[in-house]
Structures are given as C-alpha cells and as structure tokens.
Design a protein around this ligand. Structure first.
Ligand SMILES: Nc1ncnc2c1ncn2[C@@H]1O[C@H](COP(=O)(O)OP(=O)(O)OP(=O)(O)O)[C@@H](O)[C@H]1O
Length: 657
C-alpha cells in the first residue's frame, strides 16, 4: 500500500516554460512541422510520432469506445491486474478527488480498464474518451500519458499543451507503466487532472510508488509454488514498496526477480534469473531458510554490500496442493482435487493430535465450527483439509480464504460476492463469493485473527443465520457449509485487546484444536520417517543416519513441519542417486551448527507456561526423547532410564495428560 505524505511540485520536469510549448504548437500549426530543440526531447519525439501517424492538433477526440461485452472480456483477461491495483487506485482517488483528480488503469494497449474520480470538470467529449473501453494509444490520440508511457516504456508527466491534441490541452497527467516479473508490460496507471500546469501538479513519484506496490502484490500472488523473499540493503525497507523481490526454487535457483532487486544489486534480470543463490550470495539455500525460519530474517552478502531478507512466502507443497480458483464464475464451479493425508496418518502416534482429530471430526459431524490454533507451520491448513475429506461434505468443495493476504478493501466482495452492477466496474454477471463457493462443502478461514473488525460483524450474522445476501442485493441464499478457522495468534488475547469480536470468537470456537508444536510431538521419529517417505520421489527408499536422527530429534524446530519439510527436501535434492541415507554431508553447515548449539535444543524452548516445574518437565522431556530414540520400545527405554516398565507407563500417562 502506498503511503501519501504530502503533495509536492516536481519542477525538474518543467524545464520548458508554458509559452515555449505554446510557441512550438503555433509553429507546428503554421509550418506543419515540429520545431526542433524547443520542447523536452520526449515530447518532441512523441509529437513527431503523432504527426507521422497522420494526426493533427485538431484531430477528433471522440473515437468509438469498446462495447460492454468487449470491455467485460478485457476485464476478465486482466482480472489479476485490476484486483492488484484496487487498493492503490482507491487511495489515490481519495487523495486527489477534491482537486478533480482522476485515476485510471489501462491494459498494455492503453485501453481503459477502470477509471475513478471526478468527471464534472470535464467537457462531454473528454468524459466519453475517459470511459472504460476507450483506447489512449499514442497513434490514435497523439502525445498523452498512458500512450506515451507505453511507447517509451517509462513513466511520463505530460502537462497541458504538451498533449498533442488541442482538445485535451487543459489536462495534465502522470503515467507509469506496470510490468510483470519478466519485465513484460501489463498496463499503465495514470493520474489525470484538469489543470493548466500550475494549480495541481500531478505527482509522478506517487504514481510510481503506487505502481511498485501493485507490481509487488502481483509478484507475491504469482509465485505461490515458490519461495518468495523480500530483500533490501536497509531493514526498514523490507516488505515496503521499495523492496526487492526474488522467487526461488526449493534448490535455491532464482526463478524470477522484480525490477527493484535488479536495481539494488545493479544487475540485469537476465543476470539473476536461472542463477543459484549460493553462486550469487555465497549462501546455501537451506542455510538461509533455516535462518529465516529461526530468526525471521537472513543476510545476503555481495561484493557490492550486504542485504537483509525476509521470507514472504513458502510454497504449500503437498504434491498436488489445492489452489482456490482464481476466476470464480457464477455458472460453474470446477471440482478441484484435494490432497491431504487421512486423519489417522495426520495424527501419527501423538496422543494429543489423535485426540484433536477425533474431536474435530466429531465437531464437523455435529455441524459445529472448528477453530485450529497452533504455531506457524504446524499443519493447520493440512489438518483442515484432512478434516474436510473425512467429513460428510468431502465430495463438496474445500474453499480456503487467507484473511491476512487479501487487501482489506477486497475481503468483503471476496467473501460475500456481488451481483452485476453492484458498483461501477463490477463484473458482468457478478462474482460469486467464497462463502457461496463453499456451498455443500467446507469454508476454511485462515488467519481469522486478521479479519477487519467491520467484516467480523457481517461474518457473525452469516454464521448465525446461515443466509447470505450478496453485495448489490438479489436473492438470499441459504448456506449449507462447514466452517473451519485457523490462527497462529492467540484469539483470546485479541478479544481482550478489543481487536477481535468476543461474540464471533465464541461462535467460531465450537471446538478448539491446538496442534502441538513439532518439538513437542511424541512421535517425531516416526513422523520424520513417514514424511521423508512422502517427499522422496519415485518410491526410493531413503533413511536417516542414526546420529543425524538423534540430532533432529533434539532440535527445537521453530518453523515446525514447514521447516522440517525444507530440510528434508533440500537433503533429498543433495543426495547422489546411489545414496540411501541422509547424514551430515546433506545438511548445510549452518543448520548443523544450529543442531549442535544450545539454543537449537528442544529443552531450551519449553514454552513459558511450562517453564515452572522445570525438573518435572525436563524429566518428561528426557523420557520422551529416549522413547523416541528407542522407537517406542518400552523395555529398552525403561532399561536405558534405569526405571521399571510400570514406572515408565505411569510417567507416559502424565505426558499424555
Ligand atoms: N501432517 C502433515 N503431513 C504432511 N505435510 C504436512 C503436515 N503438516 C504440515 N505439513 C506441511 O507443512 C507445511 C505447512 O503446513 P500448513 O500450511 O498447513 O501449516 P500452517 O500451520 O497452516 O502454517 P501457517 O500458520 O504459517 O499458515 C506445508 O508445506 C504442509 O504441506
């Protein structure tokens, strides 16, 4: 999201006084030629192109716009761009509307997809020419913001009579091209205002900043199957619109890079894409990922300086993981194959998980909502999918909504949908909301703690009444859905802080399942083997060397199963085809160091509420560990601990409680 500090006049772009432009225009009209050296060179070149395209200053503005159907098709094609640009357009319009500002988004051919703002100060021809479906290609309308930005592939500020056509000489605008992660043009964001150059200097840097935010949002959305890193030389710019972005394969190869990272590293995109992280920054990918999971931030060193990075996205990489349909249509809901382990596999041998899945499955059978809590990466979404597949609604859809990743302004229409014509720019035929898409299936609301308060009230009403009325009116729909929510935040604490509605909390919290952190699972060894088997391609039989297993069992796994997945995947990738055992040579030095360090040991990470009575805890933890090392063999464990089997059983019972 862009942050608007203040409007500023950028006078560096106005080297040509207004009367010079007027003079140049008079000479063009009288002599039929663009005078040389009078205008800014970009404008002079653009005027020359306009003349060569057969235009003159009096050429008409009122060209025919696209039909409604063609506009709908174009909007469907550019849906990702339109949605990504929505928050910035809204923010710019809110800011500039009092000054008569208009904000428009065009596609890559300069056809207007969306336009917002004040039109009352425009004459009727301009108003028509600024409707969706109007094309502002430079060859059609001469020098203008979007058209000239596209030809030059660079941001443009066009003031008053610098526009080629006389009829738009009362407008000023700034436009910046929007590109995809490969640098391909997607469209243009433009801020236009009826001003004669002095009253309202449109602010090019604001538009450029907005474009960066849009590009970043699209970048993160596009690489769901990749690791996405935010990178900057200054930590305060991480996750800002100035951030550099890298999308990585799991083995550390760079799959895509945004424009900012190219500038930060002073490299062309072609010098980054396809190269490996280790080659560029001297860091092994698994070492970096370990640092990111553990400390939340990593460092990349280059000869040109050091950079910080944070993990923005890690792929949800079950083999055929579910992806919510991008373009929900009113008529058809394509069934999406869902892949998640059966509940008994998911619970493994951990008694708390076994109890949790039993409760969750019964709750759904009795139409009760389920709330899943657990640290990040413990498998909350995987559990929601498994519960759904085990429920009576398993043949229905599983619809996941991540409340933290949808821009606030879009959550409402995303959840509730809208009818055709609900608001300007709404899609033909309307859009079916996620609640309705989940009909006869399960709605999974991830990161529910991040849902805006205003929407919480609406959601509560829907959950109570089981009826929805889409935005813009129309028939109410009776909902038959199961609801599973998840959060890694303490919802009770959010309620106490007034950030989450208490009534919604109790409505959602039919049954609360707490997934244990991986370090606290009693079946770590079995799970690691099971998971390794799941991740190994082509049914290869791979095991873990006993010493390495010992270390993995003693580690505290701050990133939980997600972190384990990374370590295992990377180790598998580093194995030679004839190797069958993972040992220290397949693990990065960094992670090995961490495995050996005190802070990496699970005893060091007993949660504060368990820290009292430490003697007892450490006794139980030791028992747990020895039991795992002995693969659950009671006699061997009792022997090693020097206690009787009966005492061991008694102590194990305490652990389960
Ligand atoms: N029981 C499991 N079996 C196989 N893979 C699992 C299991 N639990 C978690 N994973 C894997 O761990 C990763 C994280 O899982 P998931 O996204 O469900 O966690 P989460 O708790 O919802 O995380 P977050 O709170 O960060 O969203 C995924 O890649 C998932 O495939």
């Amino acid at each position: 999201m862009i942050s608007i500090m203040k409007k500023s006049t950028d006078s560096t772009h106005f080297a040509d006084p207004v009367n010079l432009v007027k003079d140049a225009r008079n000479r063009l009209i009288e002599e039929g030629e663009v005078p040389s050296g009078v205008l800014r060179s970009e404008i002079e070149d653009s005027w020359l192109r306009s003349v060569n395209a057969g235009l003159n200053c009096e050429s008409p503005l009122d060209l025919e716009n696209l039909s409604r159907d063609r506009i709908d098709d174009l909007r469907d094609k550019n849906r990702g761009l339109i949605e990504a640009a929505h928050p910035e357009i809204k923010q710019l319009v809110d800011y500039f509307r009092p000054d008569g500002g208009l904000v428009m988004l065009t596609d890559e051919s300069a056809t207007i997809l969306k336009i917002k703002g004040e039109t009352q100060n425009l004459d009727s021809a301009t108003r028509y020419a600024l409707e969706p479906g109007a094309n502002w290609g430079e060859e059609l309308r001469g020098t203008n913001g979007p058209g000239t930005a596209i030809v030059n592939c660079s941001p443009q500020m066009i003031r008053g009579n610098e526009h080629f056509l006389d009829s738009i000489g009362y407008l000023s605008c700034c436009s910046a091209p929007i590109t995809d992660p490969k640098g391909e043009l997607l469209g243009v964001l433009d801020l236009t205002s009826p001003t004669d150059n002095r009253d309202l200097p449109p602010n090019l840097s604001l538009v450029q900043q907005a474009v960066r935010s849009i590009e970043n949002r699209m970048f993160s959305g596009q690489f769901q199957q990749h690791i996405v890193l935010s990178v900057h030389s200054r930590p305060e710019y991480l996750r800002s619109s100035w951030q550099g972005l890298l999308a990585l394969e799991l083995d550390g190869h760079i799959h895509a890079a945004n424009e900012q990272i190219c500038q930060l590293l002073n490299r062309k995109r072609s010098q980054l894409v396809g190269r490996n992280l280790e080659e560029l920054f001297g860091v092994r990918p698994e070492a970096l990922l370990t640092a990111l999971h553990r400390k939340g931030r990593g460092e990349l060193r280059t000869r040109g300086g050091d950079f910080y990075c944070e993990l923005l996205h890690f792929p949800n990489s079950l083999p055929t993981s579910y992806k919510a349909p991008l373009k929900p249509s009113r008529n058809k809901l394509a069934p999406v194959p869902l892949n998640a382990p059966p509940l008994n596999e998911l619970a493994g041998q951990d008694p708390r998980l076994q109890k949790g899945v039993r409760m969750g499955s019964r709750a759904l059978a009795h139409e009760l909502p389920v709330l899943i809590q657990g640290e990040t990466g413990t498998g909350k979404e995987v559990m929601a999918k498994s519960l759904h597949l085990d429920s009576r609604r398993s043949s229905g859809p599983f619809i996941a909504v991540n409340c933290a990743s949808i821009p606030e302004g879009l959550i409402e229409s995303e959840l509730f949908g809208y009818r055709e014509g609900a608001f300007t720019g709404s899609r033909k035929g309307g859009m079916i909301g996620r609640l309705e898409q989940a009909q006869n299936g399960t709605l999974f609301l991830d990161e529910i703690g991040d849902m805006p308060l205003a929407l919480q009230a609406r959601l509560l009403r829907v959950l109570q009444e089981r009826i929805i009325a889409p935005l813009g009116g129309g028939d109410e729909i009776a909902l038959d859905i199961a609801v599973i929510c998840a959060s890694h935040r303490d919802l009770k604490a959010l309620v106490a802080e007034g950030l989450f509605r208490e009534d919604l909390y109790y409505r959602l919290n039919g049954v609360c399942l707490r997934i244990p952190s991986f370090r606290d699972r009693t079946d770590k060894k079995d799970f690691i083997r099971y998971f390794l088997h799941q991740l190994t391609p082509d049914g290869r039989q791979i095991d873990i060397a006993p010493d390495m297993m010992k270390q993995l069992l003693a580690y505290n796994w701050p990133g939980n199963i997600r972190q384990l997945e990374t370590i295992l995947r990377v180790a598998i990738a580093f194995m030679e085809p004839d190797e069958v055992q993972i040992d220290s040579c397949h693990i990065s030095d960094d992670f090995l160091e961490e495995l050996n360090s005190k802070s990496g040991l699970s005893q060091g990470s007993i949660p504060p509420n368990q820290a009292c009575g430490t003697l007892k805890n450490s006794e139980l933890l030791t028992i747990q560990q020895v039991l795992e090392e002995n693969e659950g063999n009671i006699s061997a464990t009792a022997n090693e601990l020097g206690i009787s089997r009966a005492t061991l059983y008694r102590k194990l019972k305490q652990i389960e409680e």
